[in-house]
Design a binder for this molecule. Structure first.
Ligand code: TRP
Length: 336
């Protein structure tokens, strides 16, 4: 098996932003058009339950994420696009995998450890306070997502690197016992240069509240862009593009020649206000088509649902037969 299979999960929390676009959505859509490659992109809604206990929010985010990917041009005929919870084989596989997952390995997961550490620092008596089994076993569900579809390449953020090592470990332990059943995937970690800074210069992230959501109304978008942190250089003074958030954002979404021109203008002393205006116009233009599409889709739940159902059906063609094989291998199932 040497076909390249890309797979990645999108946690459905909130609405996608420009950082998600540049770092994940755009490259994923581009890859889905590559010849000789299979791709799987799914809404990790079971993962979102770890944090989000508001059913309305859980649904809304699924809808927004799906509408965003479709509006930005994902061709669902060329790729597998589905909702994790529509594939019951995934949680089934998770159980089987959990029998091969060392608890000690999970103890070392950063996401879990950091909560334990917070609890210990706050001097409480219970170091596992507020930690659900779902948070603890998060990487096992991720392993099931990935191994279910024989992914070879998994694009993830730097924060998921350790989870990916755990996935490999679980797959290898299983294979060691039963033979070559799982494809051991590798993580494709985005380069640091692909990480977009947010309004305040830190990594653009919902949790820092510094992001520029996609498809905003013009006024909202302008307001946010005007908030981007710059220095106090006056109009006419040359401005460097080193560690310049405004430039980094422009650079990440524009063509090389456009970015070069923007750089020259800044070096020649363009005022920050004018530069922000330019970025604003650029974003408005870039997303005007997709925004119209998004606004149409977001009101058409029936359509989105039909796309996701069709995606699930296609994905289950693979997952149901593969899970059957895995169950047979471990000795679960029909006696005859
Ligand atoms: N945990 C990933 C994140 O937060 C999302 C995710 C869930 C995922 N399942 C996955 C990513 C499988 C890659 C493969 O970014």
């Amino acid at each position: 098996m040497n076909q390249k299979t890309i797979l990645t999960g999108i946690t459905t929390t909130g609405r996608p932003h420009l950082g998600n676009y540049a770092g994940a959505i755009r490259p994923a859509i581009k890859a889905s058009f590559e010849q000789g490659l299979q791709s799987f992109y799914f809404l990790a809604d079971y993962h979102s339950l770890v944090k989000n206990k508001d059913p309305k929010e859980v649904k809304k985010s699924c809808m927004e994420v799906a509408a965003t990917w479709l509006a930005l041009g994902l061709d669902t005929k060329k790729t597998y696009f589905y909702r994790q919870s529509d594939i019951p084989e995934i949680p089934e596989l998770m159980w089987i995998l959990s029998t091969f997952t060392a608890k000690g390995l999970m103890n070392r997961a950063h996401a879990y450890k950091s909560v334990v550490q917070l609890n210990e620092e706050s001097g409480g008596s219970e170091s596992d306070k507020g930690i659900s089994m779902a948070l603890f076993s998060y990487p096992i569900l991720m392993a099931a997502d990935i191994l279910m579809f024989k992914a070879t390449d998994v694009p993830v953020g730097q924060d998921q690197k350790q989870h990916m090592e755990m996935v490999r470990d679980v797959a290898q332990r299983f294979n060691h016992h039963y033979g070559d059943i799982f494809v051991v995937p590798k993580a494709i970690i985005a380069k640091a240069s692909a990480i977009l800074p947010g309004l305040d210069g830190r990594k653009m992230s919902k949790s820092y509240n510094n992001s520029i959501p996609l498809f905003l109304g013009s006024n909202e978008l302008r307001k946010l862009i005007m908030k981007i942190k710059t220095n106090s250089l006056e109009p006419g003074e040359p401005k460097s593009t080193e560690a310049c958030t405004l430039f980094d954002i422009y650079h990440a979404i524009s063509k090389p020649e456009e970015s070069l021109l923007f750089k020259e203008q800044l070096e020649q002393g363009m005022a920050w206000g004018a530069a922000k205006e330019e970025l604003f116009v650029y974003i408005e233009d870039l997303f005007s088509g997709p925004k119209e599409e998004y606004l149409k889709l977001i009101d058409d739940q029936t359509y989105i649902e039909s796309v996701l159902s069709a995606g699930a059906e296609k994905a289950r063609d693979l997952s149901s037969s593969y899970l059957k094989k895995i169950k047979t291998v471990v000795g679960i199932g029909s006696l005859v």
